[in-house]
Design a protein around this ligand. Structure first.
Ligand code: GTP
Ligand code: MG
Ligand code: ZN
Length: 359
């Protein structure tokens, strides 16, 4: 049965509407992405297609990514159609200003961080913003609790998370221990897709292995001096667990830039957003403005100064980025107008820029 086979990979029947029987027979989920190509699975067969063609041209707005559902061509050699996504986790391109897709069609994002020097509340605030952008439920998983000596010190990590995200679930585990990771099972279930994101060495692959009950991914020791990982996992991959859960493991993230210049950092800072309604100026930067309710809350100790500083850093980052994006858009418009005017004099209807070929 086609549907049963695809259900194993998390498809829901409503996703199949509009597809012909022939297309459903060529429907696959992207389970891994490497330089050599995309690995696709339909619940029974695995095929590899090259990362080539219109989907993968630079600047393509819809590059298929792990977690996506795709229909391949009749020869099974390329992606023909990309199914509409339920959601898309994104971040800023590592060497650009656009967005880079991380994973698609996700139920829960496990933000993994370790109870050691890797832990950073400001970094977690960024991850929470990424989850907000995608509309995906975040869960914060604190690993390596076994390495924290006192109960109080363990609680401090949990409290630090609660201070920035009071309504987000937080779990503290020894990721190596299958009995400990059972608390993560409440987010698991047949057809549910989870993503593990976090810095290198925090234990993402270890968590996957413990949840799977077998070694699916290689893990690697961290540097003793600074708890940093060695980027053991090199590409994203989706794994089906015995209980039917689908888990996406990813390489360690070095820098997490916000995916979209228009994404407002305040959306992940409910407390700052609520307080800012009481600021004298509507566009208050919560810096040295008179009548700033957020600064007053910092003075009173109800908001951490670090948190406000992090909000401001992201706010400035986003403002600068919008300016860069705007000036680039203006420049490319100028070029397009100039080239259209030149061509318009000759053969009538011409293409504005080479970029339009990609649409
Ligand atoms: N003591 C302890 N060690 C852990 C825990 N989780 C992971 N480790 C160890 O930390 C090291 C790194 O774990 P990995 O699972 O490879 O980390 P990762 O997040 O997948 O790292 P990258 O693939 O580099 O992004 C390994 O030596 C694990 O055994 C934990 O909860 N407690
Ligand atoms: Mg790994
Ligand atoms: Zn203010």
């Amino acid at each position: 049965m086609i549907d049963l086979r695809l259900t194993r990979l998390g498809i829901s029947p409503d996703r199949l509407t509009g597809l012909s029987t022939a297309e459903v027979s060529r429907l696959f989920r992207i389970v891994s992405m490497q330089r050599t190509g995309l690995t696709l699975n339909d619940g029974e067969h695995w095929i590899t297609v090259p990362m080539a063609g219109r989907w993968f041209k630079p600047g393509s707005p819809q590059k298929p990514v792990v977690g996506d559902w795709v229909v391949v061509n009749e020869a099974g050699t390329a992606v023909a159609t990309l199914l509409e996504r339920r959601n898309l986790l994104r971040r800023q391109q590592v060497d650009g200003y656009g967005a880079q897709a991380i994973a698609a069609n996700i139920d829960v994002l496990f933000i993994v961080t370790a109870c050691n020097t890797e832990f950073s509340a400001s970094r977690l605030e960024r991850y929470l913003l990424i989850a907000k952008d995608a509309g995906v439920t975040p869960v914060i998983v604190l690993t390596k609790v076994d390495e924290v000596e006192s109960v109080d010190a363990r609680q401090n990590y949990v409290d630090a998370v609660k201070a920035i995200a009071p309504v987000v679930e937080v779990c503290a585990v020894d990721a190596r221990d299958p009995d400990a990771v059972v608390i993560l099972r409440s987010w698991c279930g047949p057809g549910r897709t989870l993503v593990l994101l976090g810095s290198s060495g925090v234990g993402k692959s270890t968590l996957l292995n413990s949840l799977a009950g077998s070694e699916r991914q290689r893990t690697g020791a961290v540097r003793a001096a600074d708890d940093k990982g060695r980027h053991t996992t090199s590409h994203r991959s989706l794994h089906a667990l015995p209980d039917g859960t689908l888990v996406i493991d990813s390489p360690g993230i070095r820098e997490l830039g916000l995916p979209d210049a228009d994404l407002d950092p305040s959306t992940a800072f409910d407390d700052i957003q609520a307080l800012s309604l009481g600021c004298r100026f509507r566009d208050c930067g919560h810096d040295a403005e008179p009548g700033c309710a957020v600064q007053a809350a910092v003075q009173a100790g109800s908001i951490e100064r670090r948190r406000l500083d992090n909000w401001r850093r992201m706010h400035v980052e986003q403002t600068e980025r919008r300016e860069i994006v705007r000036s680039r858009t203006d420049r490319s418009r100028e070029v397009a107008t100039r080239s259209a005017t030149t061509r318009g004099a000759g053969k009538g209807r011409g293409k504005l820029t080479g970029q339009l070929d990609e649409d």
